[in-house]
Design a protein around this ligand. Structure first.
Ligand code: PMP
Length: 405
């Protein structure tokens, strides 16, 4: 039998998508699953009219940077919200979701054998996308500080991938951390590829765009998306912002791989941009309120999680359990009908964690799911009382709930 390319043997499925596919299958069989594995928050967004969108243009390909009107709106949004000046003609490209935006940015930056730093817990696709570019992902363990990243840089390093705020921990990078990353990029001639897909899911005004600290975009590439911030993941709309030189390369790649995202959806979003934002903003605030409440609930239960207060995720420690994160999530799903994502998908230093997403279920069902997580930790624990304040149970960097300190 003729074999596919060998390097694909080293590329795994997206673990979050694998578990969510299991959920879709269980639900199709009529089973009730508490879904704490989805990578999105569910909003109520009305369907605005499609009837007044430009015809016949909406039926056809659009400019391969994206339609000009939407680029202007997104550029103005990054300018006014995040203080990043963006030229809509040359410095932004709208494409089919931020996943391909990140991949095209990596393609524009990495040659074969070049290295990219991937900071754990790292979104499941970074390392695999680097490998798809024939590059080498260099994993940085979750308890390593941003200020210690110099140790991971070699003459082959070309890029640092930073996810701010972070999926799955909810960490928001401080100004000092971002300044350090920019200084490293300048000193070593690296690109900083900033994935800001959850930029609206931040408590208060703690979020600083990477682009704001490099307004000339000397080395910064920012990727963002409608999927999370606007609750429109199925529309597959995302964008890249970067300097004119790198964007010329991203444009070429986009022309060969995507052409343009669906034109009719671009026109729709251009037309209803402000209305969608007005509708989703209060719902995002609500998700953040629920996240704070659930953090308190986990503290009460003695569950530990990595520090972070943004996004709708928690990276919950299962350190007391004897199970690997995959064994844990599989048992949780098959025996308790609660879906989560194994930490191992987020890096080798993350097998003592699972990702818990709190954006898609009611509070009552989410609480129930969290209680069942605690039960499974207890039932599979090595120690008799897994929720005692033993330091050994808390890997470095893990938030120890107030009751256990
Ligand atoms: N970045 C992060 C951190 C994500 O969690 C996701 C989706 N799970 C993406 C990028 C890709 O999102 P999309 O392609 O839908 O824009």
């Amino acid at each position: 039998m003729t074999q596919p390319a060998e390097h694909l043997d080293r590329i795994g499925q997206a673990i979050s998508i694998r578990y969510n596919n299991l959920v879709y299958e269980m639900k199709a069989r009529g089973e009730d699953v508490v879904v704490l594995s989805l990578g999105e928050a569910f909003f109520d967004i009305p369907l605005f009219s499609f009837h007044d969108l430009p015809m016949p243009d909406s039926y056809h390909y659009s400019h391969s940077r994206g339609i000009a009107g939407l680029r202007r709106k997104l550029a103005a949004y990054y300018g006014s919200h995040y203080g990043v000046p963006v030229d809509p003609e040359t410095e932004i490209l709208v494409t089919a979701g931020s996943k391909i935006a990140i991949h095209m940015s990596l393609m524009a930056v990495l040659g074969p054998g070049d290295e990219a730093l991937v900071l754990e817990p790292a979104w499941v696709s970074y390392s695999e996308q680097v490998k798809l570019c024939h590059g080498v992902p260099v994993w940085v363990p979750h308890d390593a500080s941003v200020f210690g990243l110099d140790a991971f840089i070699t003459p082959r390093t070309r890029a640092i991938l930073v996810n701010n705020p972070n999926n799955p921990s909810g960490k928001v990078y401080s100004r000092a951390e971002l300044e350090h990353l920019h200084a490293l990029a300048e000193r070593h001639g690296l690109f900083l590829i900033a994935d800001e897909a959850y930029s609206e899911f931040v408590s208060g005004d703690a979020f600083i765009s990477c682009g704001a600290l490099d307004p000339e975009k000397r080395h910064t590439v920012v990727c963002n998306s409608m999927s999370k911030n606007y609750g429109m993941s199925g529309w597959r709309l995302g964008y890249v912002i970067g300097g004119t030189r790198i964007m010329a390369e991203v444009l070429k790649i986009n022309q060969h791989l995507v052409t343009c995202p669906p034109t009719i959806l671009q026109y729709y979003l251009e037309r209803h941009f402000e209305a969608v934002l007005d509708i989703t903003r209060p719902q995002i605030a609500d998700v953040m309120r629920r996240r704070r409440e659930l953090a308190g609930f986990m503290d009460e239960l003695g569950l530990a999680y990595l520090p972070g207060d943004s996004t709708f995720y928690f990276f919950v420690s299962i350190a007391p359990s004897a199970l690997s994160s995959e064994e844990f999530c599989t048992r949780l799903l098959t025996e308790h009908r609660v879906s989560t994502v194994p930490g191992i998908g987020y890096g080798q230093s993350c097998d003592r964690f699972i990702r818990v997403s709190v954006g898609a279920e009611s509070m009552e069902r989410t609480r129930r799911g969290i209680e069942l997580i605690r039960e499974l930790i207890r039932d599979t624990a090595v120690d008799e009382d897994p929720f005692l304040p033993e330091a050994a149970l808390a890997p470095a960097g893990v938030v120890i709930p107030a009751g256990r300190r």
